[in-house]
Design a protein around this ligand. Structure first.
Ligand code: FES
Length: 127
């Protein structure tokens, strides 16, 4: 069996939503101290809906695939729903990741939550 699913390979080779958003409503950056990978998520939010999302990932293929899939999963969703996104959902949407690569999907969950927190902080929204 291949180590990586076709979906992982597809999102690694053709990542969706790569880039930055100028004057983003929320930005979240997280890193993993062990592998040194870094992920940054930019959110554009209108009327509490994520209308656009971009990412920059300096990291492994699984981190890139996880960022790409996570951004696809939250686009067009209300912020409250975005906060429910788990690394498990990202992994499932990718048809799985090898056990030692699960932390890459955790980075995606954390980066998105950090970006939402930044949006809340900037707008004085209590959490
Ligand atoms: Fe660390 Fe993938 S190896 S994010």
């Amino acid at each position: 069996m291949a180590l990586y699913s076709e979906k992982v390979m597809d999102h690694f080779r053709n990542p969706r939503n790569v880039g930055t958003i100028e004057n983003a409503d929320g930005v979240g950056e997280v890193g993993n101290g062990k592998c040194g990978d870094i992920m940054k998520i930019y959110l554009e939010i209108d009327d509490d809906i994520v209308t656009d999302v971009k990412f920059e990932t300096f990291g492994c293929g699984s981190a890139i695939a996880s960022s790409s899939m996570a951004t696809e999963l939250i686009k067009g969703k209300p912020v409250s729903e975005v906060l429910q996104l788990t690394n498990k959902a990202v992994t499932e949407a990718l048809d799985g990741l090898p056990a030692h690569k699960i932390h890459c999907s955790v980075l995606a969950e954390e980066a998105i939550k950090a970006a939402v927190k930044d949006y809340y902080d900037k707008n004085g929204i209590a959490q």
